[in-house]
Write a protein that binds this ligand. Structure first.
Ligand code: NAD
Length: 377
């Protein structure tokens, strides 16, 4: 069955069943909060059809079980025809940035996935929530803690679910690391190290190098992966951070940070060290524990990831991380399964990002953090 007929089938099924009044007998017919969702597969609209939507999210949405590509929102008129031909997206499910709010009237769309430059995440996430749609917001969640709060509040007010595009929480090697930590397989973690970096040599005018659009450089882009690794690799939020910034190509990185290192203290006593850069290549998580160690390398690319431990190698079958992530979020809405990357997690990471920038700005002073269990899933 192709995508279009599967969607048509689901909608027909939904309406037919609702009409017949047998909702309670359906496996996915659940009521959560203000909403009653009886669909088997939720419609996703991608906002921003750049590289990540084009090469990762849209292809992944062809294989998902609990959601499907139903609509697009683009500021580039030429992309409307290309996407509608390729994915059989009906005209009424295609929006631009101006008429986007009319998506509120569109029953084919349940989830809006914001895949725009970072400084645009807040506006489109809030507009999506106000249109009554569940929201997935790409990482970093926004460009400040204040903006994260605004997104979280808008989703709460609209009684819609909010997820951050942290695909690794649905990925098996990462889940195994989280299991090692929660079950103390190797005892307590005593040291965690996490690096996430790539060398940027492309267009110097790209939005990632423009602070107004990106909110910051390597730290905002790859740094959130290092922060995430350090936190799920210990199972704790840090209680302090000290950070440094290095610049070796200031002609290219005119506006944004090139390389950042930071050291964390964790409440259980572990020490942590992270590195992120737009001028180095690194992709690694390493944890030393009381009775052994574990490591992922690569730890945060699209996979397959690879892992080693004191007891031998890890091996899991590879599946699209984006497929797993979007199905997890759709299951959260349909079946009440846990939200693996809630808004509080994105906000927590932005608090850490801001503390790192604060430490750098203050000449590498230690900045205390009071996060409690915020965003720990
Ligand atoms: P991209 O540059 O390839 O695409 C950006 C899209 O935004 C384009 O379609 C562009 O037309 C549109 N856009 C609208 N206004 C713009 C403006 N003023 N300047 C530039 N582009 C504008 O970027 P991308 O790699 O697709 O990244 C988009 C978002 O997804 C970012 O927040 C990024 O951090 C995130 N991302 C996440 C992952 C992940 O693994 N979770 C991977 C890549 C990107």
């Amino acid at each position: 069955m192709n995508k279009f007929s599967r969607r048509a089938f689901n909608i027909t099924l939904t309406k037919g069943i609702a009409g017949a009044g047998i909702i309670s007998g359906m496996p996915f017919a659940c009521a959560f909060g203000a909403e009653k969702n009886t669909k088997k597969s939720l419609g996703v609209a991608l906002v921003g059809l750049g590289n990540y939507s084009t090469y990762q999210l849209a292809p992944a949405l062809q294989d998902t079980h609990y959601c499907h590509l139903a609509g697009i929102v683009t500021g580039t008129p030429e992309k409307e025809r290309i996407w509608s031909d390729k994915y059989e997206i009906p005209k009424q499910n295609i929006y631009n940035y101006e008429n986007f709010d009319r998506i509120a009237e569109n029953e084919d769309i349940d989830i809006v996935y914001v895949v725009l430059p970072n400084s645009m995440h807040m506006e489109f996430s809030i507009r999506a929530a106000q249109a009554g749609k569940h929201v997935i917001c790409e990482k970093p969640m926004a460009v400040s803690v204040q903006e994260c709060n605004a997104i979280i509040n808008a989703c709460k007010d609209a009684k819609v679910k909010l997820g951050v595009g942290y695909r690794l929480h649905s990925e098996p090697y990462t889940q195994e690391v989280k299991r090692f930590v929660s079950e103390k397989t190797f005892g307590n973690v005593t040291y965690i190290s996490a690096d996430a970096a790539y060398t940027s040599r492309g267009n110097p005018n790209q939005w990632r190098l423009n602070k107004a659009l990106s909110g910051g450089g390597a730290l905002m882009n790859m740094g959130v992966y290092s922060i995430q690794s350090a936190i799920y690799g210990t199972g704790e939020n840090p209680i302090s951070v000290t950070a440094q910034e290095y610049s070796t190509r200031p002609d290219y990185f005119k506006d944004t940070d090139e390389t950042v290192t930071a050291q964390f203290q964790f409440p259980g006593g572990a020490a942590g060290n992270i590195m992120t850069s737009h001028n180095a290549n690194a992709n690694r998580l390493f944890a030393s524990c009381e009775r052994g160690w574990f490591q992922l390398e690569p730890a945060n690319n699209y996979g397959p990831l690879s892992g080693q431990t004191a007891r031998g190698p890890l091996s899991f079958p590879h599946e699209s991380q984006q497929k797993l992530q979007m199905d997890d979020f759709a299951s959260h809405i349909l079946q009440g399964t846990p939200n693996r990357a809630p808004g509080e997690m994105g906000k927590r990471d932005m608090i850490v990002v801001e503390a790192i920038y604060e430490s750098i700005a203050s000449g590498n002073k230690k900045v205390k953090l009071n996060l409690g269990a915020m965003g720990l899933v």
